[in-house]
Design a protein around this ligand. Structure first.
Ligand code: AP5
Length: 213
């Protein structure tokens, strides 16, 4: 099964993708997580990507598409989180899959309101070791600042500051929201109300994925 989670920053794509990956037993590919790892390891790609991430803009398409090529060739399917981000990336994805005789089965559009998004992003904390996602109020760890799963230290993403959040939302509306129509036209788009507890969101997604397994 090949699925995409689409939606604004903070809608819960990463949270849902990590849980879906365990339940459906398919790999979770997060371009944000991969890029942050490259930045952490100070690789050539990480050095190029950092300025775009910190400014809340998109990393250039050619870098991101190149980075994803080996992941997309997987025969056992995947959950894409954070990719594609614009029309050019969506078309490149379709082309790469088509060449390999594969296709996207479903695109879940996680819709969340701006007030909810801002509250979620400003309280988000990430594990520095395993990238597990927490929220200081909604999904707190058992011990403050420490990951429940691997005891790693939790940190706040550098792009989760108020000004950068605003910029990311602008970029989302300008570049990424156009993909809603793109996938609607392909008959692959499923609307999911993400303005509610995570359990209800995943339940709705799983009901639909049953049609593809
Ligand atoms: P990326 O990491 O992809 O960030 P994003 O798309 O902005 O999305 P987020 O990770 O902020 O939010 P999310 O929807 O995953 O929410 P989460 O589950 O964490 O990208 C970062 C940057 O990398 C980009 O700005 C860009 O520079 C670059 N980049 C990445 N991909 C790229 C690409 N393809 N092309 C070019 N550049 C790219 O949840 C948020 C918070 O809410 C958490 O605290 C969580 O605990 C909480 N929460 C989640 N669900 C719920 C719920 N239902 N109820 C209550 N709380 C909830």
């Amino acid at each position: 099964m090949r699925i995409i989670l689409l939606g604004p920053p903070g809608a819960g794509k990463g949270t849902q993708a990590k849980n879906l990956s365990e339940i459906l037993k398919i790999v979770h590919i997060s371009t944000g997580d991969i890029l942050r790892e490259e930045v952490k390891n100070n690789t050539a790609l990480g050095q190029q990507a950092k300025k775009y991430i910190d400014a809340g803009g998109l990393v250039p398409d050619d870098l991101v598409i190149q980075m994803l090529k080996t992941w997309l060739g997987r025969k056992d399917g995947f959950i894409l989180d954070g990719f594609p981000r614009n029309l050019n990336q969506a078309q490149a994805l379709d082309k790469l899959l088509d060449e390999a005789g594969n296709k996207i089965d479903a695109v879940f559009y996680l819709d969340a309101s701006e007030a909810v998004i801002i509250g979620r992003l400003s309280g988000r904390r990430i594990c520095s070791q395993c990238q597990a996602i927490y929220h200081i109020q909604n999904m707190p760890p058992k011990i403050e600042g420490i990951c429940d799963k691997c005891q790693g230290r939790l940190y706040q993403r550098s792009d989760d500051q108020e000004e950068t959040i605003k910029r990311r939302l602008e970029v989302y509306l300008k570049e990424t929201a156009t993909l809603i129509d793109y996938y609607k036209r392909q008959g692959k788009l499923y609307y999911i109300n993400a303005d509610r507890q995570a359990e209800g969101v995943i339940e709705d997604i799983l009901k639909i994925t049953k049609n593809f397994s």
